[in-house]
Design a protein around this ligand. Structure first.
Ligand code: CA
Ligand code: CA
Ligand code: CA
Length: 292
């Protein structure tokens, strides 16, 4: 069992895999992550190791991009199986962020963020979260309208500058849940970004994680303390159908359907892969407890 001391709280998880730990005094690029920046040779993106966090600075010029790709990380757990459930945990503070007034789908919401966290599961459903100084939001896919690809979808007002925050993004079934210091602050559906056709198409790379600045239209200075991935069920296992964080009859129907079909999202209690009364009881217990 691996134990981690983080932000004064001890959390132990038998299956957590540490993929970056700033307290070693080195950057993610020294710990298995592929650092890439654009322009390749003349960029001004700076990465500075420190005793508590690595600072990644893409603030000048804004058009530069740079960040960390999991592509060749030797310890990346795979597959990142959303049917089983997993969580990507990152210790992060945004100390500065700026973005152009760029509203691609003319809905009144700007569509770029200077810091992104991308998580793509084994079957390409995933999520890109954008971090502003005062909001965290999800990038839309084009399932509703072609013009919505990579525009500002659901978000939550949140002060990302206050200090290093322990963010955990739970990926389970067809939905994600974002927690900040253990509190759920945002949830929604996983996205399919495979319509993207640019070079280095990370959105069609199974089992993939990126963090950094991936846009010419925004910039950030961030303090990154750690990143790990752990096996994890949704923090609200009974929440199996939209709307997320709301438990209603559609969640009951979804459970019964999944239970009858012996699908992983109904396998809520041991023994694993056996569908019995303990799973029903676990669903009822979670449903009764509600989503905190
Ligand atoms: Ca928009
Ligand atoms: Ca940029
Ligand atoms: Ca629900």
């Amino acid at each position: 069992m691996t134990c981690f001391l983080r932000l004064g709280a001890i959390c132990c998880n038998a299956s957590a895999v540490d993929l970056f730990d700033a307290t070693t005094g080195t950057t993610p690029a020294d710990q298995g992550w592929l650092f890439l920046a654009n322009p390749i040779l003349t960029h001004s993106v700076a990465q500075t190791p420190g005793p508590v966090f690595t600072t990644l600075d893409s603030t000048a010029p804004r058009s530069d991009q740079g960040g960390y790709f999991s592509a060749f990380h030797p310890d990346l757990p795979a597959p990142l199986d959303r049917s089983v459930g997993f969580a990507v945990r990152i210790g992060l503070r945004i100390s500065a962020e700026g973005h152009d007034a760029r509203d691609d789908n003319t809905d009144g919401l700007d569509d770029r963020a200077g810091f992104s966290l991308i998580v793509i599961s084994s079957d390409l459903l995933g999520l890109e979260l954008g971090f502003w100084e005062n909001e965290i939001w999800a990038y839309a896919d084009d399932s509703a309208a072609p013009g919505d690809l990579f525009t500002h979808a659901e978000g939550i007002a949140f002060d990302t500058t206050a200090g290093v925050t322990d963010y955990a993004i739970f990926i389970h079934g067809a939905a994600y849940t974002l927690q900040a210091n253990g509190q759920t602050i945002l949830c929604g559906p996983l996205r399919d970004y495979s319509a993207f056709t640019g070079a280095a198409d990370v959105y069609e790379t199974p089992n993939f994680v990126f963090f950094g600045d991936d846009t010419a239209s925004a910039e950030s200075r961030s303090e990154i303390a750690y990143l790990s991935i752990e096996d994890a069920a949704s923090p609200c296992p009974a929440d199996l159908a939209p709307p997320c964080m709301t438990l209603d009859f559609t969640d009951v129907i979804a459970f019964l359907s999944a239970f009858a079909g012996e699908q992983p999202q109904a396998d809520l209690a041991p023994p694993s892969a056996v569908f019995d009364f303990s799973d029903v009881l676990a669903f009822l217990t979670s449903f009764d407890a509600g989503c905190g």
